[in-house]
Design a binder for this molecule. Structure first.
Ligand code: ZN
Length: 198
């Protein structure tokens, strides 16, 4: 058990070094750790050595979720000139009576060339919503008028602009929901999930 803890500590130190310094010291620490493991630990106890690494990757995934502050019923999502949202998951608290998503276009390109919006729909409806949005055209913000499949959407904006939409979280009950930019071609990169959370 002591060898075990030493191994985990070594791995943690290796990770810490990794985030602050060039690769070489981390690689040394990692190889030292694996040498220590092969000498001190029986083969079947090797697996938990992976634990620090997987915990770290879960932490970084949580970092990119657009989670509201506790008791806050609003979130801001940024979009860029390189067709990226800054999150792949918008978390909506069930406790909110209304929830507001604000889209901020941090780029400089005009909406005719690099327009962005946020359209929320059931996962299985999204392809149809986007296809009909393309047909509706830029003057309709690439969203078909009165499309019942659309839970909520912002208008289409260009660089430096901002737009918000407010909706009832109860509309997200019973199903998997997604958000995407409906500008033609953008949803291959600009797409994510909308999760109801406690
Ligand atoms: Zn877009």
């Amino acid at each position: 058990m002591k060898a075990y803890l030493a191994l985990i500590s070594a791995a943690v130190i290796g990770l810490a070094a990794c985030s602050q310094e060039p690769a070489a010291p981390a690689a040394e620490a990692a190889s030292a750790a694996s040498e220590a493991a092969s000498e001190a630990a029986p083969a079947e106890t090797m697996a938990p050595a992976d634990a620090p690494a997987s915990a770290a990757s879960e932490a970084s995934a949580a970092d990119v979720a657009a989670a509201p502050e506790a008791g806050n019923c609003a979130v801001t999502v940024e979009a860029t000139d390189t067709m990226q949202f800054n999150t792949k998951d918008i978390q909506v608290s069930k406790a909110c009576k209304e929830f507001t998503v604000t889209l901020k276009h941090t780029g400089t390109l005009p909406k005719e060339g690099m327009g962005h919006n946020i359209v929320i729909a059931k996962a299985e409806d999204l392809d149809g919503v986007l296809k009909d949005g393309t047909g509706a055209g830029i003057n309709a913000d690439y969203v078909k008028a009165d499309d019942a499949r659309v839970v909520a959407h912002t208008k289409l904006i260009g660089g430096g602009e901002e737009a918000s939409v407010t909706f009832d979280p109860a509309k997200l009950a019973g199903g998997e929901y997604k958000f995407a930019c409906s500008f033609p071609g953008h949803s291959s990169l600009m797409v994510g999930t909308v999760s109801l959370v406690d």
